[in-house]
Design a protein around this ligand. Structure first.
Ligand SMILES: NC(=O)c1ccc[n+]([C@@H]2O[C@H](COP(=O)([O-])OP(=O)(O)OC[C@H]3O[C@@H](n4cnc5c(N)ncnc54)[C@H](OP(=O)(O)O)[C@@H]3O)[C@@H](O)[C@H]2O)c1
Length: 330
C-alpha cells in the first residue's frame, strides 16, 4: 500500500509543541509517512538536529530521530524551497502569537491548515491577520509537558486534546467536506501518535469553558502564591474566584458563546481540589520572573468588557495586579 506523506511544522517548539510534534513524528503506520519540521530556539533545535528529541514519560524514554529543526523560516525555505505543509501547529505562548505568525508568515502561506494549540481565548482572532479564517483549527489540551533540557521534553501529565474548526460558519458550503476530511485526518494522526483526541463541533465554546477554570485558579494562585488546593481553604479567595468566573460567564453570554449548562464555579473548585498540590502555570511563570498569559485569560474578559462597555471589576483588578507582578524584579 502506498503511504500518504504528511508534512507538519511546529512553530514555537517548546514544551507542548515538542511533545506533540515528537509523538506525531514517531508515528509508525502503514498509512502515513511523517515529515516533521520544528521551528524554535537555537539550543533546543541544535540538540534535536544532533541527537534527536528525547521524550520522557513516567515509564519510558523515547528517542525520535526523524525531526528536522530550524531557527528561522529563511533557513527552512533555503533547504526546502516551497514544499507545502498539511498542518502547521502554533505552540508558542499565547502572548507570542502575533510576532511568531509575522516572523513565519511565508511558511503560513504554504500550509493547508494552521492549528493553534495554546491556552486562552481570542487567539484565533489574531491569526486571522495571517491566514484565511476558514483554514484555522483550534486545539486545546490537558496534557502536561516540560522542556527539562535542550532536546529533552518530559510528558508530565496525561490528558485529552480537543480539536475543531475555529471559524466553522465561515467555511463555504462546497468546502465543508474537505474541511471535515482534514479534521478527520488530524484526528487519525493524533490517534496513531497515541494522543487521546476528541473532535469538537464548537471548539471555541470549549476554549471558553477551559479558560473559566484558568480564570478562577491561575491569577489568584499567582497573586497569593498558593497551590491549587490551598486556594480552597479560604472562603474569601473562593469568593474572588467565583466572582471572576461569573464575570467571564457574563461576557461569554454577551459574545453569544453557546455555553453548556455546567456549573463552571463548581468545575473550577473540583479541578483545584483534584490538582491540589499543583503550582499553576501562571504562578510558575511569576516565580521564574517570566511574562504570563494573563492577556489571554482574565485580560481577555477585561478587553471584551471594554468593547461592550461592561464593567468587570474583579478581572480588571486581577489583570492589573498580575501585570504589576510581571514588572517586579524583587
Ligand atoms: N506546557 C504545558 O504543559 C501546557 C499544557 C497545556 C497547554 N499549554 C499551552 O501551550 C502553549 C505553549 O506552552 P508551552 O508550555 O509549551 O510554552 P514554552 O515551553 O515556553 O514553549 C514555547 C516556545 O516557543 C518559543 N517561541 C516563541 N516565539 C517564537 C518564535 N517567534 N520563533 C520560534 N520560537 C518561538 C519559545 O521560546 P522563548 O521562550 O525563548 O521565547 C518557547 O521555546 C501555551 O499557550 C500554554 O498555556 C501548555
Amino acid at each position: 500500500m502506498n503511504k500518504q506523506t504528511i508534512t507538519i511544522g511546529i512553530i514555537g517548539a517548546g514544551s507542548i509543541g515538542s511533545l506533540f510534534g515528537g509523538y506525531l513524528a514517531n508515528i509508525s503506520s502503514d498509512e502515513y509517512n511523517i515529515n516533521m519540521f520544528f521551528f524554535g530556539r537555537e539550543a533546543h533545535i541544535n540538540a534535536i538536529n544532533e541527537n534527536g528529541l528525547l521524550i520522557q514519560t513516567k515509564t519510558d524514554s523515547i528517542r525520535i530521530n526523524n525531526i528536522i529543526g530550524y531557527t528561522s523560516p529563511k533557513a527552512y525555505l533555503r533547504d526546502n524551497k516551497d514544499e507545502r505543509f498539511n498542518f502547521i501547529f502554533l505552540t508558542t505562548k499565547a502572548y507570542d502569537i502575533r510576532n511568531a505568525l509575522f516572523e513565519y508568515r511565508e511558511l503560513i502561506s504554504l500550509t493547508n491548515w494552521l492549528v493553534i494549540l495554546q491556552n486562552g481565548i481570542g487567539n484565533e482572532e489574531i491569526a486571522k491577520d495571517f491566514i484565511i479564517d476558514s483554514k484555522i483549527i483550534r486545539a486545546i489540551t490537558s496534557n502536561g509537558a516540560l522542556l527539562t533540557d535542550s532536546g529533552t521534553v518530559k510528558h508530565t501529565g496525561e490528558g485529552f486534546t480537543k480539536i475543531g474548526l475555529a471559524f466553522k460558519k465561515n467555511i463555504a458550503k462546497d468546502q465543508k467536506t474537505q474541511a471535515y476530511n482534514s479534521l478527520e485526518l488530524l484526528k487519525s494522526l493524533f490517534s496513531n501518535a497515541g494522543i487521546k483526541i476528541e473532535m469538537e463541533d464548537d471548539i471555541i465554546r470549549n476554549c471558553w469553558e477551559k479558560v473559566f477554570v484558568n480564570i478562577g485558579i491561575n491569577a489568584v494562585g499567582a497573586l497569593t502564591r498558593l497551590r491549587n488546593g490551598e486556594l480552597l481553604e479560604r472562603n474569601e479567595l473562593k469568593k474572588l474566584m467565583r466572582d471572576a468566573i461569573n464575570e467571564a460567564i457574563m461576557i461569554a453570554k454577551v459574545k453569544k458563546i453557546k455555553l453548556t449548562d455546567k456549573d463552571f464555579v463548581k468545575l473550577c473548585f473540583d479541578v483545584a481540589k483534584k490538582t491540589k498540590n499543583n503550582i499553576n502555570s501562571m504562578l510558575q511563570d511569576i516565580m521564574k520572573g517570566k511574562k504570563t498569559e494573563i492577556d489571554f485569560i482574565n485580560g481577555r474578559i477585561l478587553k471584551y468588557g471594554q468593547e461592550f462597555e461592561l464593567d468587570v471589576p474583579i478581572n480588571r483588578m486581577i489583570t492589573i495586579l498580575i501585570k504589576g507582578l510581571e514588572d517586579s524584579n524583587l
